[in-house]
Design a protein. Structure first.
Lengths: 387, 139, 343
C-alpha cells in the first residue's frame, strides 16, 4: 500500500444555514477544497461522501449520484458512506484505501449533513436512529440520555464531576470563538454550563453539541505526487476502524469506548507512534463526557483521569495535547456526516501552521477521532506534516 | 413509527415475557434475543430463554427532553439494569415516587404501556424499584 | 362437585389524589361519600397492564402451569381498544397462549363477576382445567361531574378451578338482572352519564339486596352463616346501608371495604374487596360477596375458605401492600394523566 497525502481542504461555515440547501453546501465545500489543492474538477477520479441520513432529513437517498451530478463530476464513481456520526471519518478511510491501493490517484473525501429542513423533534428522532431502534429508542432513549448513562457511571466509578465536564465546553467554546467557521461565537463559563437547563441528567444543554448544517471536503493524492500540487502536503500515517455492540446494554464497559481503543491502537501501530507523540487532536465531543472518555481511550491520559486532565488545562494550548482546537462538535457544530471530514480540515490547518490564534506551536503529528452512535463505530486517523 | 405493526408484534415474547436467548454450547444468556451467539456463532446452539425479571441498576438518568411520544412522562428515568442471569437491559423506570433512586438499587420488571405506533399500543417491560414495591409477600 | 378460587391477585396504581383536592378545584362537597383518596393510573398504565399484574399475582398464588389455563376473560368498561380484547394481551403476558379461549366482558362494574360465573361453568363441565376472570378498570368520568370524586383505577384477578385445589370454594352463585338504565355510556362518547339519585334505590339497592336474599334462599343460608360480607363499593355509604338492610352487622363488612382509600375501581371493586377479605380470613369461614353492575344486575356468591388459604395468601402482595404503596399527586398532575393528551 502506498502512502497517501492530503493536498487540499475546504469547508462551509457550520450552523443553522437557512439559505443553503444540501446541494449548495456540497458545492461550496468542494470548490474551496479544489481551490486549496489547486486542481480542477477534471483531475478528480473518485469521491467518497459521508452522510448519515439525507433520506430522513431531506427525503433524498442516492446522494452519491446526486453529488457527482451537481458537482459536475459525473461519471466518476461516487460512493455514499454511512456510519451514523462517523460517516465522515469512514468516508476518509474509504478514500484513503482507494488511493493507497493504487486504484485511483486523486480522490475526494467529503461529508455533508443538512439537518434544519425538518423540525427539531424530527431531527432528534433521526439522530436516535444511530442507537438501537428496537431496544433503546423504543423504550424512550434519546441520544443525550445514552451518553448521560455513561456520564453517570463515569462519575460513580471515578468521581468525575459536572464541573470537569463543563470545563470541556468552556475550552471548546473558547476555541470556537477563534474559528470563523464555527456555529457558535458565545461566551461560556463553567457556571453558565451548570445553570443551563437539564437535558438528561447529568447532561445539561451546554453539555450537548447542536443540530447543524454544513459540509467539508478534502482532496487526497499519492504522497509521491503530492508536491506537484502543494508545498504543504499532510501525510495520512495511520488509519483505524473498529465496531462494537450497537446498544449500550451490550457493551463490556460503560465508561469508555472499546472501539476507540481498538481503532486508535490500529492507527498508532500503522503510524509507528505512541499516544504521547500526538500534538493535536480533534476528538468526537458530541457531549462533554464524550471528550473526557475519548482522551482516556486514546491513551492521552489514564482511564478515569480525563476530567482532571481537562480541568488542569492539559488539553488546552500549552498543555500535553491540544484537543479540539476547532471548537469541537460542541462549539463548531455537528452536521453529522460532515464532522469527521471537518476534523481533518482542522488538523491539516494545524499541521500547516495556518490555524492563527488556535495554532498549536510546532504541531507535527495530529489525530482525528470520529464516533458513530454511542460508540458502535469508531474511526481514527493519524496525520503527519510531510517533510 | 406509524404502521409498523408486524415489526413490534414480532417482539412480543421478548417485550411481554422477557424471552431472550441462551447458547447451549457456552451457556451465555442474551437479552434481547439473538439469532447467533457472538462467541460460538454457527458452532453455538441458541434457544429461547426466559429471564426472571429481577436486576440491579448500573446507571440511570432523568430525561427532561423526551423522545417523541414520551412527552407526557417527562421527566422520566432510563436505567441500564444488570439482570440476575447476566444480560443488561435498558428500560424506563416506573412508579419511582419521591425518594431518590440510585446505582445499585434492586428493580423488578413490570408490564406497562411503552408507546403507540399509529393506533396500536405497544406494551412491554419497565423497571420498578423494589424499595417502592416488593413482590415479596404482604409487606 | 363445586368450583373454587385456586388463586387470586390484585393491583392498585401507586398514584393517589385526595378527594378534598378535587373538591377544592370544583367547589363540591366531599363528606357524604366516605372517601379520603382515590387511585389514579400512571401515564404508562391502562386496564390491560393492571389486569396483567393482578393476574400474575393470582398465578403466583395458584401455582399452576399457565399452559393449563383454558379461558382468559377480562371484565371491564374501559378496555384499551373498542375492538381488540384486553384478554388476549393478558393471556399472552401470562403465558397461557395459544391453547385458550379469551374474550372481554362488559356489564359495567360487574363484568368481572360475570366472567367468574362463566369460568365456573367451563370448569364444572370439564371443558377447561382453570379459567382466569379479571375485573379491571381505569374508570372514565367527566371533569367536575359527581363521579369524579370516586372514579378510580385497579384490577382484581381470580383463577377458577375445582374445589379440591381451591383456597376458597364457591358454594353457589345467584344473579338478579333487570333492564334498568341507571348509568350508561354510548359508543364513541368519552364519558358515561347517569341518572343521579335514580342510581340508588331502584338500581344499586334493588339488585344487591335481591341477589343477596335470592342466594340465601336458594342455598338455605342466613346472614348469621356469613363471617364476612363484601359488596360492590361505589362509595363507602352504599355498602354499609345495604348491609344494614340485610341485617348484617357492619363489622362483617368493614374488612372488605377498601373504597375509602382507593375509590371505586368499577369492575375490580367487589373483587378487590373479596381479595382484602381473603388476605385475612381463616379456614372454615364463609364469605358473602355481591357485585353490582349498572344496566343493571348483581351476582351473589357464597364462598367457603379452605385450609389452603394460609400457605397461598403470602405468595403474592396483599391488598394492604398496594394500599400502603402510594404517591400523592395534585389536581394539575391528575389532569395531565387523566384528561390532557400530548399529541
Amino acid at each position: 500500500m502506498r502512502k497517501v497525502a492530503v493536498i487540499g481542504v475546504g469547508m462551509t461555515k457550520f450552523g443553522e444555514l437557512w439559505h443553503a440547501s444540501f446541494r449548495d453546501l456540497m458545492i461550496e465545500a468542494g470548490v474551496r477544497a479544489l481551490e486549496d489543492a489547486g486542481i480542477g474538477g477534471d483531475d478528480i477520479q473518485a469521491a467518497y461522501v459521508g452522510n448519515m441520513s439525507a433520506g430522513r432529513f431531506i427525503q433524498q437517498e442516492h446522494v452519491g449520484a446526486l453529488i457527482a451530478d451537481y458537482s459536475g463530476l459525473a461519471p466518476i464513481p461516487c460512493t455514499r458512506v454511512e456510519a451514523a456520526c462517523a460517516s465522515g471519518g469512514l468516508a476518509l478511510r474509504q478514500a484513503w484505501m482507494d488511493v493507497a491501493s493504487g486504484l485511483h490517484d486523486i480522490v475526494i473525501a467529503a461529508g455533508i449533513e443538512k439537518m434544519t429542513d425538518v423540525l427539531a423533534g424530527a431531527a432528534i428522532e433521526t439522530l436516535a436512529t444511530a442507537a438501537d431502534q428496537e431496544w433503546e429508542a423504543f423504550v424512550g432513549a434519546t441520544f443525550p440520555s445514552l451518553y448521560a448513562l455513561m456520564a453517570r457511571r463515569h462519575m460513580y466509578e471515578f468521581g468525575t464531576t459536572e464541573e470537569q465536564m463543563a470545563a470541556v465546553a468552556v475550552k471548546n467554546h473558547n476555541f470556537a470563538n477563534m474559528n470563523p467557521y464555527a456555529q457558535y461565537h458565545i461566551q461560556v463559563t463553567v457556571e453558565k454550563v451548570l445553570k443551563s437547563p437539564p437535558v438528561a441528567k447529568p447532561l445539561k444543554l451546554l453539555d450537548c453539541s447542536p443540530i447543524s448544517d454544513g459540509a467539508a471536503c478534502v482532496v487526497l493524492a499519492p504522497a509521491e505526487q503530492s508536491r506537484k500540487y502543494t508545498d504543504t502536503p499532510v501525510l495520512i500515517e495511520g488509519s483505524g476502524h473498529a465496531t462494537d455492540t450497537l446498544g449500550l446494554h451490550g457493551r463490556k464497559s460503560l465508561v469508555g469506548l472499546e472501539a476507540t481503543v481498538r481503532a486508535s491502537r490500529e492507527a498508532y501501530k500503522m503510524a509507528g507512534i505512541e499516544p504521547s507523540d500526538v500534538h493535536v487532536a480533534e476528538v468526537h465531543d458530541c457531549f462533554t463526557i464524550a471528550e473526557i472518555m475519548a482522551i482516556e481511550d486514546l491513551g492521552f491520559c489514564k482511564k478515569g483521569e480525563g476530567g482532571k486532565f481537562t480541568e488542569e488545562g492539559q488539553t488546552n494550548l500549552g498543555g500535553k495535547v491540544v484537543v479540539n482546537p476547532s471548537g469541537g462538535l460542541k462549539g463548531k457544530g455537528h452536521p453529522v456526516g460532515a464532522t469527521g471530514v471537518a476534523q481533518v480540515v482542522e488538523i491539516v490547518h494545524q499541521l500547516r501552521e495556518e490555524a492563527g490564534k488556535r495554532q498549536m506551536e510546532g504541531a507535527e503529528i495530529g489525530l482525528t477521532h470520529n464516533v458513530g452512535g454511542t460508540g458502535a463505530t469508531v474511526v481514527v486517523h493519524i496525520f503527519r506534516r510531510m517533510t | 413509527m406509524s404502521g409498523a405493526v408486524p415489526r413490534f408484534w414480532r417482539e412480543i415474547p421478548a417485550r411481554y415475557n422477557l424471552i431472550g436467548s441462551k447458547c447451549e454450547r457456552c451457556g451465555k444468556v442474551f437479552f434481547p434475543p439473538r439469532n447467533l451467539c457472538p462467541d460460538c456463532r454457527r458452532k453455538g446452539n441458541v434457544r429461547p430463554y426466559k429471564l426472571k425479571g429481577r436486576g440491579r441498576i448500573l446507571s440511570l438518568t432523568q430525561v427532561h427532553v423526551p423522545a417523541p411520544g414520551f412527552e407526557k412522562q417527562v421527566p422520566y428515568y432510563l436505567a441500564l439494569i444488570e439482570m440476575e442471569e447476566g444480560p443488561r437491559i435498558l428500560a424506563q423506570l416506573t412508579d419511582v415516587g419521591q425518594e431518590p433512586v440510585d446505582i445499585g438499587d434492586e428493580v423488578e420488571i413490570v408490564f406497562r404501556r411503552i408507546s403507540e405506533s399509529g393506533e396500536i399500543i405497544n406494551y412491554g417491560f419497565k423497571a420498578r424499584p423494589v424499595k417502592f414495591s416488593s413482590q415479596k409477600s404482604g409487606s | 362437585m363445586r368450583a373454587g378460587i385456586v388463586g387470586y391477585g390484585v393491583y392498585i396504581p401507586i398514584y393517589r389524589i385526595k378527594i378534598a383536592e378535587i373538591a377544592k378545584v370544583w367547589g363540591g362537597r366531599t363528606g357524604g361519600l366516605g372517601l379520603e383518596e382515590k387511585s389514579v393510573a400512571g401515564p404508562d398504565e391502562d386496564t390491560a397492564t393492571m389486569a396483567v399484574e393482578a393476574t400474575r399475582n393470582a398465578l403466583a398464588r395458584a401455582q399452576v402451569d399457565p399452559k393449563d389455563i383454558g379461558a382468559v376473560y377480562v371484565g371491564t368498561e374501559s378496555p384499551p381498544y373498542a375492538v381488540k380484547p384486553a384478554a388476549t394481551i393478558v393471556a399472552e403476558a401470562i403465558g397461557a397462549t395459544p391453547e385458550t379461549t379469551a374474550a372481554d366482558w362488559e356489564f359495567a362494574c360487574k363484568a368481572g363477576t360475570a366472567a367468574v360465573q362463566a369460568c365456573m361453568g367451563l370448569v364444572l363441565s370439564g371443558v377447561i382445567k382453570y379459567g382466569v376472570a379479571v375485573g379491571a378498570d381505569n374508570a372514565q368520568c367527566r371533569p367536575g361531574d359527581a363521579l369524579e370524586y370516586t372514579a378510580a383505577a385497579g384490577a382484581a384477578s381470580y383463577i377458577i378451578g375445582k374445589e379440591e385445589e381451591a383456597l376458597a370454594i364457591i358454594e353457589g352463585t345467584y344473579s338478579y338482572t333487570t333492564d334498568t338504565p341507571d348509568f350508561w355510556r354510548r359508543e364513541g362518547k368519552p364519558y358515561p352519564a347517569h341518572g343521579g339519585r335514580f342510581t340508588g334505590r331502584p338500581a344499586y339497592f334493588k339488585h344487591i339486596i335481591s341477589a343477596a336474599e335470592g342466594l340465601m334462599r336458594k342455598f338455605d343460608l342466613s346472614v348469621d352463616d356469613f363471617d364476612y360480607a363484601v359488596f360492590h363499593q361505589p362509595n363507602a355509604k352504599f355498602p354499609l346501608e345495604a348491609a344494614k338492610e340485610l341485617g348484617l352487622p357492619k363489622e362483617k363488612v368493614l374488612p372488605g371495604l377498601v373504597v375509602g382509600k382507593i375509590g371505586n375501581t368499577y369492575s375490580a371493586s367487589s373483587m378487590m374487596g373479596l381479595a382484602a377479605v381473603l388476605d385475612k380470613a381463616e379456614a372454615g369461614q364463609r364469605i358473602l360477596m355481591v357485585s353490582y353492575g349498572s344496566g343493571a344486575g348483581s351476582d351473589a356468591f357464597s364462598l367457603l375458605v379452605t385450609e389452603r388459604i394460609k400457605e397461598k395468601r403470602n405468595l403474592a402482595p396483599t391488598v394492604e401492600h398496594y394500599l400502603n404503596r402510594r404517591v400523592l399527586i395534585d389536581y394539575g398532575t391528575y389532569s395531565k394523566l387523566k384528561y390532557l393528551v400530548a399529541e
